[in-house]
Design a protein around this ligand. Structure first.
Ligand code: PLP
Length: 384
Protein backbone atom coordinates (compact mmCIF):
# COMPACT_ATOMS: atom_id res chain seq x y z
CA UNK A 1 0.00 0.00 0.00
CA UNK A 2 1.38 3.42 -0.88
CA UNK A 3 2.00 5.90 1.88
CA UNK A 4 -0.63 8.62 2.26
CA UNK A 5 0.59 12.05 1.08
CA UNK A 6 2.35 14.25 3.63
CA UNK A 7 0.02 16.02 6.03
CA UNK A 8 1.28 19.56 6.56
CA UNK A 9 1.05 21.84 9.56
CA UNK A 10 -0.78 24.51 7.58
CA UNK A 11 -1.14 23.96 3.85
CA UNK A 12 -2.42 26.62 1.41
CA UNK A 13 -6.14 26.18 0.71
CA UNK A 14 -7.48 27.89 -2.39
CA UNK A 15 -11.12 28.60 -3.14
CA UNK A 16 -12.97 28.90 -6.45
CA UNK A 17 -12.47 32.57 -7.22
CA UNK A 18 -8.71 33.09 -6.99
CA UNK A 19 -8.08 31.81 -10.52
CA UNK A 20 -10.83 34.02 -11.92
CA UNK A 21 -9.20 37.12 -10.44
CA UNK A 22 -5.79 36.02 -11.71
CA UNK A 23 -7.24 35.39 -15.20
CA UNK A 24 -8.72 38.87 -15.12
CA UNK A 25 -5.27 40.29 -14.34
CA UNK A 26 -3.87 38.40 -17.34
CA UNK A 27 -6.75 39.34 -19.64
CA UNK A 28 -6.37 43.04 -18.86
CA UNK A 29 -2.54 42.82 -18.93
CA UNK A 30 -2.28 44.08 -15.34
CA UNK A 31 0.74 41.91 -14.62
CA UNK A 32 2.96 44.74 -13.44
CA UNK A 33 2.94 45.51 -9.74
CA UNK A 34 0.03 47.75 -8.82
CA UNK A 35 -3.23 47.74 -10.67
CA UNK A 36 -6.94 47.42 -9.92
CA UNK A 37 -6.68 44.22 -7.86
CA UNK A 38 -4.20 45.85 -5.48
CA UNK A 39 -6.51 48.82 -4.87
CA UNK A 40 -9.56 46.57 -4.46
CA UNK A 41 -7.71 44.13 -2.17
CA UNK A 42 -6.61 46.99 0.07
CA UNK A 43 -10.15 48.34 0.37
CA UNK A 44 -11.75 44.94 0.90
CA UNK A 45 -9.11 43.98 3.45
CA UNK A 46 -9.46 47.23 5.38
CA UNK A 47 -13.19 46.71 5.67
CA UNK A 48 -12.75 43.12 6.93
CA UNK A 49 -10.33 44.31 9.63
CA UNK A 50 -12.46 47.35 10.47
CA UNK A 51 -9.61 49.81 9.90
CA UNK A 52 -9.96 52.64 7.37
CA UNK A 53 -6.67 52.26 5.43
CA UNK A 54 -4.51 49.42 4.13
CA UNK A 55 -1.38 49.09 1.98
CA UNK A 56 -0.70 45.79 0.20
CA UNK A 57 2.97 44.80 0.40
CA UNK A 58 5.35 42.03 -0.56
CA UNK A 59 5.37 40.40 2.90
CA UNK A 60 4.39 40.80 6.52
CA UNK A 61 8.04 41.43 7.32
CA UNK A 62 8.11 44.30 4.81
CA UNK A 63 4.96 45.73 6.41
CA UNK A 64 6.58 45.64 9.85
CA UNK A 65 9.77 47.19 8.50
CA UNK A 66 7.87 50.08 6.94
CA UNK A 67 5.80 50.58 10.11
CA UNK A 68 8.99 51.01 12.16
CA UNK A 69 10.43 53.37 9.53
CA UNK A 70 7.27 55.46 9.60
CA UNK A 71 7.37 55.66 13.39
CA UNK A 72 10.78 57.29 13.03
CA UNK A 73 12.90 54.47 14.43
CA UNK A 74 16.56 55.55 14.60
CA UNK A 75 19.76 53.55 14.82
CA UNK A 76 20.61 52.73 18.44
CA UNK A 77 17.06 53.17 19.76
CA UNK A 78 15.14 50.38 21.48
CA UNK A 79 11.93 48.61 20.46
CA UNK A 80 10.08 46.32 22.87
CA UNK A 81 8.79 43.08 21.29
CA UNK A 82 7.05 39.88 22.33
CA UNK A 83 9.68 37.17 22.83
CA UNK A 84 7.35 34.24 22.08
CA UNK A 85 7.09 34.60 18.29
CA UNK A 86 8.66 34.03 14.88
CA UNK A 87 11.94 35.84 14.18
CA UNK A 88 10.23 38.03 11.56
CA UNK A 89 8.56 39.95 14.41
CA UNK A 90 11.94 41.33 15.51
CA UNK A 91 14.13 41.21 12.38
CA UNK A 92 12.97 44.63 11.11
CA UNK A 93 14.22 46.18 14.38
CA UNK A 94 17.68 44.91 13.44
CA UNK A 95 17.30 46.12 9.82
CA UNK A 96 17.19 49.65 11.22
CA UNK A 97 20.21 49.18 13.48
CA UNK A 98 17.97 49.39 16.54
CA UNK A 99 17.91 47.10 19.58
CA UNK A 100 15.11 44.68 20.43
CA UNK A 101 14.12 44.25 24.08
CA UNK A 102 12.02 41.15 24.66
CA UNK A 103 8.97 40.80 26.89
CA UNK A 104 7.68 37.43 28.05
CA UNK A 105 4.13 36.14 27.74
CA UNK A 106 1.29 35.87 30.21
CA UNK A 107 0.12 32.29 30.82
CA UNK A 108 -3.49 33.21 29.99
CA UNK A 109 -2.90 33.89 26.27
CA UNK A 110 0.79 33.15 25.54
CA UNK A 111 0.93 36.79 24.42
CA UNK A 112 2.84 39.77 25.82
CA UNK A 113 2.31 40.06 29.56
CA UNK A 114 0.88 43.55 30.24
CA UNK A 115 2.38 43.54 33.76
CA UNK A 116 5.90 42.81 32.49
CA UNK A 117 5.42 45.44 29.77
CA UNK A 118 4.49 48.02 32.40
CA UNK A 119 7.53 47.09 34.51
CA UNK A 120 9.82 47.44 31.50
CA UNK A 121 8.34 50.78 30.44
CA UNK A 122 8.63 52.05 34.04
CA UNK A 123 12.29 51.02 34.05
CA UNK A 124 12.89 52.65 30.65
CA UNK A 125 11.24 55.86 31.84
CA UNK A 126 13.32 55.84 35.03
CA UNK A 127 16.45 55.64 32.88
CA UNK A 128 15.10 58.48 30.73
CA UNK A 129 15.15 56.38 27.56
CA UNK A 130 11.77 55.23 26.29
CA UNK A 131 11.57 52.78 23.37
CA UNK A 132 10.49 54.05 19.95
CA UNK A 133 7.70 51.45 19.70
CA UNK A 134 6.24 48.24 21.13
CA UNK A 135 5.58 45.31 18.78
CA UNK A 136 2.80 43.16 20.19
CA UNK A 137 2.24 39.75 18.58
CA UNK A 138 -1.14 38.00 18.33
CA UNK A 139 0.30 34.51 18.65
CA UNK A 140 -1.16 31.49 16.86
CA UNK A 141 -4.23 33.54 15.99
CA UNK A 142 -5.13 34.73 19.47
CA UNK A 143 -5.18 38.42 20.41
CA UNK A 144 -3.00 39.85 23.09
CA UNK A 145 -4.79 41.64 25.94
CA UNK A 146 -4.80 45.11 24.36
CA UNK A 147 -6.68 47.19 26.92
CA UNK A 148 -3.92 47.20 29.57
CA UNK A 149 -1.17 47.16 26.90
CA UNK A 150 -2.54 50.21 25.06
CA UNK A 151 -3.23 51.99 28.36
CA UNK A 152 0.36 51.79 29.61
CA UNK A 153 1.78 52.60 26.16
CA UNK A 154 -0.51 55.65 25.89
CA UNK A 155 0.61 56.71 29.38
CA UNK A 156 4.21 56.84 28.15
CA UNK A 157 3.34 58.01 24.62
CA UNK A 158 4.92 54.95 23.01
CA UNK A 159 3.20 53.72 19.81
CA UNK A 160 2.09 50.10 19.43
CA UNK A 161 2.49 48.04 16.26
CA UNK A 162 0.31 44.94 16.19
CA UNK A 163 1.96 41.92 14.60
CA UNK A 164 -1.31 40.25 13.64
CA UNK A 165 0.36 38.14 10.93
CA UNK A 166 -1.23 34.99 12.33
CA UNK A 167 -4.49 36.48 13.58
CA UNK A 168 -6.61 37.53 10.58
CA UNK A 169 -10.22 36.70 11.46
CA UNK A 170 -9.70 36.61 15.24
CA UNK A 171 -11.38 39.09 17.57
CA UNK A 172 -10.54 41.01 20.74
CA UNK A 173 -13.59 41.98 22.82
CA UNK A 174 -15.74 41.68 19.70
CA UNK A 175 -13.53 43.80 17.40
CA UNK A 176 -11.35 42.31 14.63
CA UNK A 177 -7.73 41.56 15.52
CA UNK A 178 -5.53 44.27 14.05
CA UNK A 179 -7.98 47.11 14.80
CA UNK A 180 -6.83 47.83 18.36
CA UNK A 181 -3.70 49.96 17.87
CA UNK A 182 -2.96 52.77 15.42
CA UNK A 183 -1.38 50.29 13.01
CA UNK A 184 -1.09 46.54 12.45
CA UNK A 185 0.51 44.14 10.00
CA UNK A 186 -0.71 40.89 8.44
CA UNK A 187 0.99 38.14 6.41
CA UNK A 188 -0.22 36.14 3.41
CA UNK A 189 2.69 33.72 3.44
CA UNK A 190 1.83 30.22 2.22
CA UNK A 191 1.24 28.82 5.71
CA UNK A 192 -1.02 31.60 7.02
CA UNK A 193 -4.80 31.44 7.32
CA UNK A 194 -5.16 32.95 3.84
CA UNK A 195 -2.34 33.29 1.35
CA UNK A 196 -1.22 35.11 -1.77
CA UNK A 197 1.73 32.67 -1.93
CA UNK A 198 3.68 35.54 -0.39
CA UNK A 199 2.50 38.96 0.68
CA UNK A 200 1.55 41.23 3.54
CA UNK A 201 -0.64 44.16 4.53
CA UNK A 202 -0.15 47.24 6.66
CA UNK A 203 -3.37 48.67 8.10
CA UNK A 204 -3.67 52.01 9.86
CA UNK A 205 -6.16 54.60 11.10
CA UNK A 206 -4.16 57.50 9.66
CA UNK A 207 -4.35 57.77 5.84
CA UNK A 208 -0.93 59.50 5.86
CA UNK A 209 0.60 56.35 7.36
CA UNK A 210 -0.47 54.02 4.55
CA UNK A 211 0.18 56.70 1.91
CA UNK A 212 3.77 57.07 3.17
CA UNK A 213 4.09 53.27 3.27
CA UNK A 214 3.07 53.02 -0.41
CA UNK A 215 5.54 55.78 -1.26
CA UNK A 216 8.45 54.07 0.52
CA UNK A 217 7.41 50.67 -0.87
CA UNK A 218 7.67 51.89 -4.49
CA UNK A 219 11.25 53.21 -4.32
CA UNK A 220 10.27 56.58 -2.83
CA UNK A 221 9.61 58.31 -6.13
CA UNK A 222 9.00 62.03 -5.70
CA UNK A 223 6.26 63.56 -7.87
CA UNK A 224 8.19 64.54 -11.01
CA UNK A 225 8.08 63.47 -14.69
CA UNK A 226 11.61 62.02 -14.35
CA UNK A 227 12.74 59.64 -11.61
CA UNK A 228 13.48 61.86 -8.62
CA UNK A 229 14.32 60.65 -5.12
CA UNK A 230 14.94 62.52 -1.92
CA UNK A 231 14.87 59.55 0.42
CA UNK A 232 15.87 55.87 0.26
CA UNK A 233 12.96 53.65 -0.77
CA UNK A 234 12.20 49.96 -0.98
CA UNK A 235 10.68 47.58 -3.51
CA UNK A 236 8.00 46.24 -1.19
CA UNK A 237 4.72 46.47 -3.15
CA UNK A 238 2.42 43.53 -3.81
CA UNK A 239 1.87 42.62 -7.47
CA UNK A 240 -1.54 42.89 -9.11
CA UNK A 241 -1.53 39.14 -9.87
CA UNK A 242 -1.01 38.20 -6.22
CA UNK A 243 -3.58 40.74 -5.07
CA UNK A 244 -6.05 38.84 -7.29
CA UNK A 245 -5.32 35.68 -5.32
CA UNK A 246 -5.76 37.67 -2.11
CA UNK A 247 -9.20 38.93 -3.17
CA UNK A 248 -10.35 35.37 -3.78
CA UNK A 249 -8.89 34.19 -0.49
CA UNK A 250 -10.52 37.02 1.45
CA UNK A 251 -13.93 35.83 0.27
CA UNK A 252 -13.41 32.41 1.86
CA UNK A 253 -11.88 33.74 5.08
CA UNK A 254 -14.99 33.01 7.20
CA UNK A 255 -14.95 29.35 6.03
CA UNK A 256 -11.20 29.10 6.68
CA UNK A 257 -11.59 30.45 10.21
CA UNK A 258 -14.53 28.11 10.86
CA UNK A 259 -12.51 25.11 9.64
CA UNK A 260 -9.54 25.96 11.88
CA UNK A 261 -11.81 26.45 14.85
CA UNK A 262 -13.31 23.01 14.13
CA UNK A 263 -9.79 21.55 14.17
CA UNK A 264 -9.18 23.12 17.56
CA UNK A 265 -12.49 21.80 18.92
CA UNK A 266 -11.70 18.32 17.62
CA UNK A 267 -8.30 18.29 19.29
CA UNK A 268 -9.81 19.70 22.48
CA UNK A 269 -12.51 17.01 22.56
CA UNK A 270 -10.10 14.11 22.00
CA UNK A 271 -6.87 15.30 23.66
CA UNK A 272 -8.01 18.03 26.05
CA UNK A 273 -8.73 15.75 29.00
CA UNK A 274 -5.82 13.33 28.55
CA UNK A 275 -3.57 13.38 31.64
CA UNK A 276 -0.33 15.20 30.80
CA UNK A 277 -1.71 16.95 27.70
CA UNK A 278 -2.95 20.52 27.78
CA UNK A 279 -4.25 22.60 24.94
CA UNK A 280 -2.78 26.05 24.42
CA UNK A 281 -4.53 28.63 26.59
CA UNK A 282 -7.67 30.34 25.33
CA UNK A 283 -8.13 33.71 27.00
CA UNK A 284 -11.64 35.02 27.69
CA UNK A 285 -10.86 38.39 26.04
CA UNK A 286 -11.49 37.25 22.46
CA UNK A 287 -12.19 34.62 19.84
CA UNK A 288 -9.00 33.22 18.26
CA UNK A 289 -8.97 32.20 14.59
CA UNK A 290 -7.22 28.99 15.73
CA UNK A 291 -4.55 29.38 13.02
CA UNK A 292 -2.55 26.61 14.68
CA UNK A 293 -3.63 24.33 17.51
CA UNK A 294 -0.79 23.68 19.96
CA UNK A 295 -0.57 21.33 22.91
CA UNK A 296 1.88 21.07 25.77
CA UNK A 297 2.95 17.66 26.99
CA UNK A 298 4.10 16.89 30.52
CA UNK A 299 6.25 13.80 29.86
CA UNK A 300 6.17 12.61 33.49
CA UNK A 301 2.39 12.35 33.37
CA UNK A 302 1.77 11.53 29.70
CA UNK A 303 4.58 8.97 29.42
CA UNK A 304 6.17 10.43 26.30
CA UNK A 305 7.86 13.70 25.43
CA UNK A 306 6.88 16.32 22.89
CA UNK A 307 9.76 15.08 20.77
CA UNK A 308 8.53 11.45 20.98
CA UNK A 309 5.16 12.60 19.67
CA UNK A 310 6.69 14.74 16.92
CA UNK A 311 8.82 11.83 15.71
CA UNK A 312 5.90 9.39 15.87
CA UNK A 313 3.87 11.73 13.65
CA UNK A 314 6.80 12.32 11.32
CA UNK A 315 7.24 8.56 10.89
CA UNK A 316 3.70 8.56 9.47
CA UNK A 317 4.52 11.47 7.16
CA UNK A 318 2.67 13.99 9.33
CA UNK A 319 4.24 17.37 9.99
CA UNK A 320 4.15 18.86 13.49
CA UNK A 321 6.55 21.36 15.04
CA UNK A 322 7.76 22.60 18.38
CA UNK A 323 6.17 25.95 19.25
CA UNK A 324 8.22 29.09 18.42
CA UNK A 325 11.56 29.22 20.17
CA UNK A 326 11.50 32.40 22.27
CA UNK A 327 13.55 35.09 20.56
CA UNK A 328 15.64 35.80 23.67
CA UNK A 329 16.93 32.20 23.32
CA UNK A 330 17.78 32.57 19.62
CA UNK A 331 21.52 32.70 18.94
CA UNK A 332 21.05 35.70 16.66
CA UNK A 333 19.52 37.72 19.52
CA UNK A 334 21.90 36.44 22.22
CA UNK A 335 22.68 39.09 24.82
CA UNK A 336 19.41 40.98 24.27
CA UNK A 337 17.60 42.29 27.33
CA UNK A 338 14.53 40.25 28.27
CA UNK A 339 11.93 40.86 30.95
CA UNK A 340 10.67 37.57 32.37
CA UNK A 341 11.05 34.48 30.20
CA UNK A 342 9.73 31.57 32.25
CA UNK A 343 6.33 31.32 30.50
CA UNK A 344 7.63 31.15 26.93
CA UNK A 345 10.56 28.93 27.95
CA UNK A 346 8.20 26.41 29.57
CA UNK A 347 5.93 26.43 26.51
CA UNK A 348 8.91 25.92 24.22
CA UNK A 349 10.15 22.98 26.31
CA UNK A 350 6.89 21.02 26.01
CA UNK A 351 4.82 22.66 23.25
CA UNK A 352 3.91 21.14 19.90
CA UNK A 353 1.91 22.61 17.00
CA UNK A 354 -0.38 20.00 15.48
CA UNK A 355 -1.56 19.86 11.86
CA UNK A 356 -4.09 22.68 11.64
CA UNK A 357 -4.78 23.44 7.99
CA UNK A 358 -8.29 24.36 6.88
CA UNK A 359 -8.35 21.53 4.33
CA UNK A 360 -7.83 18.74 6.90
CA UNK A 361 -10.60 16.16 7.11
CA UNK A 362 -12.03 14.62 10.24
CA UNK A 363 -10.25 11.39 9.24
CA UNK A 364 -6.95 13.31 9.19
CA UNK A 365 -7.57 14.68 12.67
CA UNK A 366 -8.58 11.23 13.90
CA UNK A 367 -5.30 9.81 12.58
CA UNK A 368 -3.24 12.53 14.26
CA UNK A 369 -4.99 12.05 17.60
CA UNK A 370 -4.66 8.25 17.47
CA UNK A 371 -0.91 8.57 16.87
CA UNK A 372 -0.52 11.10 19.68
CA UNK A 373 -2.44 8.87 22.09
CA UNK A 374 -0.47 5.76 21.06
CA UNK A 375 2.95 7.36 21.52
CA UNK A 376 3.48 6.45 25.20
CA UNK A 377 2.63 2.77 24.48
CA UNK A 378 4.88 2.61 21.45
CA UNK A 379 7.65 4.05 23.55
CA UNK A 380 7.07 1.58 26.36
CA UNK A 381 6.97 -1.26 23.85
CA UNK A 382 10.35 -0.23 22.49
CA UNK A 383 8.97 0.68 19.07
CA UNK A 384 10.54 3.63 17.26
C1 PLP B 1 4.52 34.91 9.28
C2 PLP B 1 4.83 35.90 10.33
C3 PLP B 1 5.49 37.10 10.05
C4 PLP B 1 6.10 37.42 8.72
O1 PLP B 1 5.27 37.42 7.65
P1 PLP B 1 5.89 37.16 6.17
O2 PLP B 1 4.75 37.50 5.27
O3 PLP B 1 6.29 35.73 6.10
O4 PLP B 1 7.05 38.09 6.01
C5 PLP B 1 5.66 38.02 11.07
N1 PLP B 1 5.23 37.76 12.30
C6 PLP B 1 4.63 36.61 12.63
C7 PLP B 1 4.16 36.42 14.03
C8 PLP B 1 4.43 35.63 11.67
O5 PLP B 1 3.86 34.47 12.00
Amino acid sequence: MSKPPRMYLSAPHLGDLELEFVKEAFATNWIAPLGPHVDAFEQEFASVVGVPHAAALSSGTAALHLALRLLGLQRGEEVLCSTFTFSASANPIAYEGATPVFIDSEAASWNMDPVLLREELDACAARGRLPRAVIVVDLYGQSADYDPILAVCAHYGVPVVQDSAEALGATYKGAPAGSQAACAIFSFNGNKIITTSGGGMLVARDPEFTARARFLATQARDPAPHYQHSTIGFNYRMSNVLAGIGRGQLRVLPQRVAARRRNYEYYRAVLGAVPGIRLMPKAPHGEPNCWLTCITIDPAVFGATREDVRLALDAENIESRPVWKPLHLQPVFAGSRVRGGAVSEAAFADGLCLPSGSSLTEADLERVCALVLATPHRRAGGLP
